[in-house]
Design a protein around this ligand. Sequence first.
Ligand SMILES: Cc1ncc(COP(=O)(O)O)c(C=O)c1O
Length: 453
Amino acid sequence: MATSDPALTIDRRLPLILGFQRVAESTEKATRFIEYGKGICVYDSEGREYIEATSSFYVASLGYQNDELIDAIERQYRDLPFYVSAMHRTSQASVDLAEKLVEIAPVSEPHVMFGSSGSEANDFLIKMLRFAAVARGEPDRKTIISRRGSYHGGTLATASLTGGHHDEFGLPIEGFRHVSQPDYHGAREPSESPAEYSIRLAGELEALIEAEPEGSIAAFFAEPICFSDGLRTPPAEYFPAMTTVLERYGIDFVADEVVTGFGRTGRVFASETLGLRPHHATMAKGITSGYFPLSAIAVGRELYQDLETGSDRIGTLAHAGTFAAHPVGAAAGLKAIEIIERDHLVEHAATMGERLATGLARYADHPLVGDVRSAGLAGCLDFLRRDGDDRPVNDDADAVLKTVYEALLERGVVGRPAGRSLVFAPPLIIKADEVDEICSRIGLALEDALGGS
Ligand SMILES: Cc1ncc(COP(=O)(O)O)c(C=O)c1O
């Protein structure tokens, strides 16, 4: 209904561009302004409380207002608020964090390179793989394979590595190829077993490698458990089949642990959860619980040796990130990891994750839900349903997802729509009654959505 009150009709455009939404929707009315956070909750400018059941994009593992972490950051600000790490200089905090990461990374004898974001970690690693290939005298080995539906970052290279949204950005740039994402629930043939499905996907990888010029592929990047496409926990047979192919062709395996690192999957890294031994791993998000932007690359032994060889053949490693290895970020990372270890938050996440899995499993037979998956302290509802002949039946999974997501937001819980699924990954500090509260509100939101559908 038209109104004559301009205050009610004007929806002021915000002076900022927000991602993962339509640009035209960056208006005052369409936006929630989050002003405050405490524990696992955030509060908007109208005083509404939301349980952040995604840790805000899988970042705030220690929740909001962790005083110890804030104090450690403040101390570092007072001692040394910034110093660049390059040209034979660095800060003690950066070296200390590198040493800690060498101790815990899921990679053999790693060296550490820092960045400021998950995108930079993946981007810088691609650059190091190329530098090393040149140093080895194999300059053509620069193609990277990743999986459709994955997300690996927003830079030109990592958006190319990302398995979708290419056309609208004129991507991918040269040197990126994609294979299927494991989606056993959505993409299996009727009655295809997990093992058969995994072998089919490994065959697709091998066919792609065979179709490329010999010796042109440097690495395969994958999240061990893909959050970006909707918590795609792979069949147990998937990675063994894939890594067998990679080993046959001498291709490095990179674990993107940007989301899954630092306890999310019930072990420190998801590579451990799945028993993987990647050549290299990238990490960000939970490394500082989001209190400072910082990322890291665990560079495996052989790649590091090639980088050293590059020093002889090429000379200077002409690379740096001014803010990479930021001392304040390093202090935040050290303290966040210390708290995670001291408070046994990885074990706690595993226990709370079992509770979340049980709570979500209650909805497996709900008429809107097609599949429920979980991994560590993360779970999802998938809205693609299969019939008695094991065939997908509904083509409205995206619409159902949107309705449930919005109903849940109305009930004060932030979930994360991804692929066809609604993903939950609350802070590692969550308590049992808070897990139960999330699960019961999910039930209410499913009923709201069912009533409205
Ligand atoms: C798996 C994965 N890798 C990389 C990135 C990129 O990280 P950032 O947004 O910090 O650049 C993301 C971001 O969500 C991610 O989910």
